[in-house]
Write a protein that binds this ligand. Structure first.
Ligand SMILES: [Zn+2]
Length: 586
């Protein structure tokens, strides 16, 4: 068997140029060599695996090289460089303070420090995990650090800068190493893969880079692990399987369920995640990040913050179209709060399930602001039962004979029939790809148009129109066409496609709505609605009126939940109060 060298060692950078993701640090170090201004003590801070020790070694080699090249990099040929590269240079001393943290260890080091180097000009002492030194050891070290012999350079490295006492900090030149970006890690992995003759999927390398959390060393270890698992061909599937990473697809699917209010599917997807052996806490924090990623895709200005491969980026962009910004804000908030409460929770599974139900509720609550009835808070009722009641209500609203022939309406009717189906679900998924954000400007524009039209009814516009007869079929067709023009306003669109004008007299039609508030909103659009209907029916006498369902208005005060909703409408603070105290009906 060949001598196997792990990639983290084999591809350890041996010049400043090859260090990944720490450009400003390597540049500064190189400059200090160029202008010959070396400090006697350096402190390298930063997370593990980001190149602190690597940079310290390159620095030690470079300042001892007798034949620096024009870029102030070590030549790798002189006697000192060769010794360094073969790991037998006497100019470099590494002490791991995690295991050698006693006063005795430091005294040994101090004794050594006095001996000048045989070859080259500097002896470099790298003290790793320097924060682990005992306070007695720190004190013993302090004096040497204050006045080291000319030939000595200390490089202290730590992952925990805040544990270093100020007297040490003030004596060092400090370098803060950053986590390496996913893109930098990915491109380095791509290089290593090509060197090793490995065919690696970009998305797979992205997953590895993400999993490494900014540490190049970890990335290379994971890379080796995947290679030993899947050989010369690294695919996205075998990577997520091997790393036990939850695939993006799961998150995309559950997001679809949230948007369409399909809480059953959301719970099933979560159950499947648990069955696949993932920890619930891992899932919920991943979900929060997923919403964050969808959110940054909503704006071209932030889309570059997305750290995924090209293929998955396209999926994110596509999926972000079905989510409104307000939904994502609320969903991130719910997921994040759940993540924070996760450790404290006695019933972790239920905690997350409640969060999923609440997220399902976000879009539907928004919807219910308009139609005000369709979906209620799942927490306070038995879901199946309440769904049944609502479906019955809806069916009474759309009598058999008025059903539309248009495909959208057919799909709606189909979706109403199956017993537990959510009536808004199909419509939502239909309009998904058209859902966009309505800016305040758009709304203002709409309102302007309507109010302008209202104050001066353009009767003259209709003079050219005829008085054509139309049947239900035609009316339904034109009505649905009109609804289509409002696809950009999903709430309105959903409402219009699920409510068909009912005949009062030959040209007079009405739609019954559940509350005065809905009527007011719809009336804002009435001028436009009438204009469109009259023109497309070629009937200048067509009239439409929204009628508030009196029974429904009275019925409003029947249940406690409805009373509460009413109170919340008057004073939104009540909702916060209720949530904070965790109040609920029995
Ligand atoms: Zn050299």
């Amino acid at each position: 068997m060949d001598n196997y060298i792990v990639s983290a060692r084999k591809y350890r950078p041996d010049s400043f140029d090859m260090v990944v993701g720490q450009d400003s640090i390597t540049q500064t170090l190189r400059n200090s060599i160029k202008i010959n201004q070396l400090a006697q003590a350096y402190l390298f801070c930063g997370p593990r695996g980001v190149g602190k020790t690597t940079c310290a070694r390159i620095f030690a080699k470079t300042i001892n090289c007798s034949n620096l090249n024009e870029n102030y990099e070590a030549c790798n040929e002189c006697e000192s460089c060769v010794a360094f590269n073969k790991l037998r240079s006497l100019n470099i001393h590494e002490l791991d303070a995690a295991s050698n943290n006693s006063v005795e260890d430091i005294r040994n080091l101090i004794d050594q420090v006095r001996i000048p180097p045989q070859l080259g000009s500097f002896s470099v002492y790298i003290i790793d995990e320097v924060h682990m030194l005992s306070s007695a050891a720190f004190n013993a070290f302090l004096k040497t650090l204050e006045e080291p012999p000319k030939h000595v350079i200390f490089i202290l490295a730590t992952t925990e800068k805040h544990k270093i006492i100020p007297t040490i900090l003030s004596r060092c030149q400090i370098f803060d190493f950053n986590r390496i970006s996913v893109e930098d890690i990915r491109s380095r992995l791509e290089y290593v893969a090509s060197q090793e003759g490995i065919n690696a999927d970009q998305d797979a390398l992205h997953i590895i880079a993400q999993k490494a959390d900014g540490a190049m060393r970890d990335a290379l270890s994971i890379f080796d692990q995947i290679v030993s698992f899947s050989g010369k061909n690294i695919t996205y599937d075998n990577t997520i399987h091997n790393l036990n990473v939850l695939d993006y697809d799961t998150y995309f699917k559950i997001t679809q369920a949230f948007i369409s209010g399909d809480y059953k599917n959301a719970l099933l997807i979560f159950d499947d995640v648990l069955k696949r052996g993932f920890e619930a806490g891992y899932f919920i924090s991943g979900l929060a990040s997923h919403f964050r990623d969808l959110l940054i895709c909503k704006d071209p200005g932030t889309v570059n913050l997305l750290e995924v491969g090209q293929k998955i980026k396209m999926e994110y962009l596509e999926n972000s179209k079905i989510c409104s910004v307000s939904f994502l804000f609320k969903a991130i908030d719910i997921a994040n709060k759940t993540d924070l409460n996760y450790k404290l929770s006695q019933n972790k599974r239920l905690l997350i399930e409640i969060a999923l139900l609440n997220i399902c509720d976000v879009e539907n609550k928004t919807l219910s602001n308009l139609s005000n009835t369709i979906i209620n808070n799942i927490k306070t009722e038995v879901p199946e039962k309440s769904e049944n009641i609502k479906i019955q209500q809806d069916e009474t609203k759309i009598p058999e004979e008025t059903k539309l022939t248009n495909t959208t309406q057919e799909k709606l009717s189909e979706s109403i029939k199956p017993e537990f189906n959510n009536p808004t679900e199909k419509l939502n998924s239909e309009s998904k790809s058209f859902v966009k954000n309505i800016s305040i400007k758009d709304l203002a524009k709409d309102t302007d148009v309507t109010t302008a039209g209202k104050s001066e009814e353009p009767k003259s516009d209709y003079n050219n129109l005829g008085l054509d007869d139309f049947d239900r079929e035609k009316l339904s067709y034109v009505w649905t066409k009109y609804a289509e023009t409002l696809r950009g306003n999903p709430r309105l669109y959903n409402f219009l496609t699920s409510h068909v004008p009912q005949e009062e007299s030959k040209t007079k039609y009405s739609i019954t709505v559940d509350s005065q508030a809905i009527k007011n909103k719809l009336d804002l659009f009435l001028t436009d609605t009438l204009k469109y209907m009259r023109q497309n029916l070629n009937n200048k006498e067509f009239e439409l009126e929204y009628i508030v369902d009196e029974n429904n208005e009275k019925k409003k005060f029947k249940t406690d939940e409805e009373k509460l909703q009413d109170m919340i409408q008057i004073n939104p603070e009540i909702k916060k109060f209720k949530d904070q105290l965790n109040l609920d009906f029995e």
